[in-house]
Design a protein around this ligand. Structure first.
Ligand SMILES: [Mg+2]
Length: 417
């Protein structure tokens, strides 16, 4: 069974005004949907982060894959690397291959009538736990009219504001009530450490049994991180990227008993030796979109076990194809025993899979048992989201530029505190 075509569709979907160290999420978030068409008529699905660079790379490799055996993943990967050439960084080549690998695995599963988890060695769990991903958040987008829909200016969206500890606790309550999440992750790096530490304390009081995580995205100096870690001791399951770089994380790790996690200083296999040598992190956050596909993250799990590192999962704003892939991947990775990150509740209202969003119940997602990824693409919804993308005239994610429309002096530089 050979690849006949790769249909690559950029999409844009609604995203609330979530705050992070770089700025604020814009009204529309970007993704790319890959449909890999085989000569058997079977179509495999993949989903990748948006933005013109990855889109251009996917379009550039497309013709090179036509005629290739859909089961020849090793050769397909090498063709992708070769087509992009050595002037394209390894991380960019891996990010290009990732959605193609997922689409191939989806097609293989459909051809064999087996779920993707079976192709990766078989699920070791029937459900995968996810964490509630908490964000400081504006009550509404300042100019939703620019993108056609959303609440009118001044009217809070369905989530409301979360600009202080009480707001985050209310948001956590809503997410826990609605989805049953058993772990809470706070996106930090937004306010001064005192406020974020107070927020964690408020979450601890309100949810005494929920594991808590804080991710300041490298916003803190080593000194600030050590001081904050001292004050956070005993409250966190892990502290994610308090400071930038393996050196800095190593200095923080030596000064705290809180496990440190990262998706910023260990972002590929090349980063592992130094991180292990310097004892910089206790937990690596894998992400098949960034690490070069699902099979590579399975390999990462084995390496993490070798070095006694934990494995958790990173997320970006995404739709249901990615959630299905993340769920299959976590299901087959025995060492991935932390609740995975997901932005899905923030974006699932705009999803493109048939039957609506994949349900999150009891804080977990059932591993799909249908053929392939176990989700079907809603072509009409895909068309709507592609039109939304076209209405933007292309574009890149620009959290900083968006924040500056409200706070002209906003400076995204880190470390900030
Ligand atoms: Mg992170």
């Amino acid at each position: 069974v050979v690849i006949q075509d790769l249909v690559i569709t950029p999409v844009a979907f609604h995203d609330p005004p979530l705050l992070n160290v770089w700025g604020t999420h814009e009204p529309l978030a970007l993704r790319v949907i890959v449909q890999l068409v085989t000569d058997d008529g079977v179509v495999g699905l993949g989903e990748a982060p948006g933005g013109s660079a990855l889109l251009a790379r996917l379009l550039a490799v497309r013709e090179h894959l036509v005629g290739m055996d859909v089961f020849a993943l090793g050769r397909i990967e090498s063709v992708v690397h070769h087509a992009l050439g050595p002037h394209t960084g390894l991380g960019d080549r891996l990010a290009t291959f990732a959605p193609i690998e997922v689409a191939c695995l989806d097609a293989q599963g459909r051809l064999l009538d087996r779920p993707v988890s079976d192709l990766l060695g078989g699920a070791v769990r029937e459900r995968v736990d996810f964490a509630a991903y908490l964000f400081y958040k504006w009550s509404h987008h300042p100019d939703p009219g620019a993108t056609g829909s959303g609440p009118s200016d001044g009217e809070p969206d369905a989530w409301g504001a979360a600009l202080d500890p009480d707001g985050i606790v209310a948001q956590a309550r809503l997410l826990v009530d609605r989805y049953g999440f058993g772990s809470l992750k706070l996106k930090g790096g937004v306010y001064a450490p005192d406020i974020e530490i107070d927020t964690i304390a408020a979450l601890r009081d309100a949810f005494p049994d929920h594991p808590l995580r804080l991710d300041p995205n490298g916003a803190w100096t080593v000194e600030t991180s050590i001081d904050a870690a001292r004050r956070l001791s005993g409250t966190l399951e892990y502290l994610e990227d308090p400071t930038l770089g393996i050196e800095g994380m190593s200095a923080v790790a030596a000064a705290t008993d809180i496990p440190l996690a990262t998706n910023m200083c260990v972002v590929g296999f090349d980063d592992l030796p130094a991180a292990v040598r310097q004892d910089a992190v206790a937990i690596v956050l894998g992400d098949h979109h960034a690490w070069g596909g699902m099979r590579r993250v399975v390999e990462l799990g084995r390496l993490c076990r070798t070095w006694n590192l934990g494995l958790s999962m990173h997320s970006n704003s995404h739709l249901g194809i990615s959630l299905a892939a993340m769920t299959h991947l976590a299901a087959v990775t025995p060492t991935l025993d932390y609740a995975c990150d997901t932005h899905y509740p923030w974006n699932s209202g705009d999803d493109i899979i048939v039957g609506g969003p994949l349900p999150i119940e009891g804080g977990s997602v059932a591993v799909p048992t249908g053929a392939g990824l176990g989700v079907e693409l809603d072509e009409e919804r895909l068309h709507v989201l592609h039109e939304q993308y076209l209405s933007l005239g292309g574009g890149e994610r620009d959290d900083t530029g968006y924040r500056r429309r409200i706070e002209p002096g906003f400076d995204p530089a880190v470390p900030r505190w």
